[in-house]
Design a protein around this ligand. Structure first.
Ligand code: MN
Length: 228
């Protein structure tokens, strides 16, 4: 057994419905502007852009049901997304082989310090400070594809305090899940434990302390997160 000079950091992980065993998380890849209406609301033309990804850190996930309002921002936005969890990976994976690498699916929030992201965009700097901060990726449990099959359509929505803000259908993704996996694998060695946040539909907006976000994807367990 390897001896470490400091204690080993906790392995981030997600619950899996139907078992006590947990899914260990390695990287989190997030696709940007993957629903046409959301690309438009962010001021972009959805037809002309190739896909692009950014990352959150594995330890940004949080399954406590609480999202602490983060520091250094006055404009924190919700983005509800379907999570794709990989059980294997590789490089240069074809679209037709992509889904065999999927362990399962879940619901997550790509919480965003929109003001900081906007400043970084303006200066041509990385978005990380707006995206990859403490507890910025609230997530629910995973459902194994072995049980429910693969998901490529169905309503995705987010309500704040019972009022619907975001609503779309997974079939509106510009880049479908197999395309996302294939594309990522051209640039990275994707691997077991990686999560993909597959993009958010239109209607993103700010939250305040004490707001309750209710996130739904058809066929997946509802994720409820309170801002504290
Ligand atoms: Mn997002």
């Amino acid at each position: 057994m390897t001896d470490y000079v400091i204690s080993v950091p906790v392995q981030p992980s997600l619950a899996v419905l139907g078992t006590d065993a947990r899914f260990p998380v390695r990287r989190i890849y997030c696709i940007g502007r993957n629903y046409a209406e959301h690309a438009i609301e962010m001021g972009h033309d959805p037809d002309k852009e190739p896909p692009f990804f950014f990352q959150k850190n594995g330890d940004n996930i949080d399954d406590s049901g609480e999202f602490p309002y983060p520091p250094q921002s006055n404009n924190v936005h919700f983005e509800v997304e379907m999570i794709v969890a990989l059980q294997s990976g590789g490089s240069n994976i074809s679209k037709k082989d992509a889904l065999q690498h999927v362990f399962g699916y879940g619901i997550g929030l790509d919480m965003t310090r929109r003001d900081l992201q906007g400043e970084m965009k303006k200066m041509g700097r990385p978005w990380e400070i707006g995206k990859a901060f403490e507890r910025s990726a609230p997530m629910g449990p995973l459902l194994p594809a072995a049980q429910i099959g693969h998901i490529d359509q169905g309503t995705i929505s987010l309500a704040v305090n019972g009022q619907i803000c975001q609503e779309g259908d997974l079939n509106q993704m510009i880049w479908k899940v197999p395309e996302q996996i294939s594309y990522l694998s051209e640039y990275y060695d994707i691997a077991a434990g990686d999560l993909i946040m597959s993009g958010t539909p239109a209607g993103v907006g700010p939250i305040q302390k004490a707001d309750v976000m209710t996130c739904c994807v058809k066929g997946l367990p509802t994720l409820i997160v309170e801002v504290v």
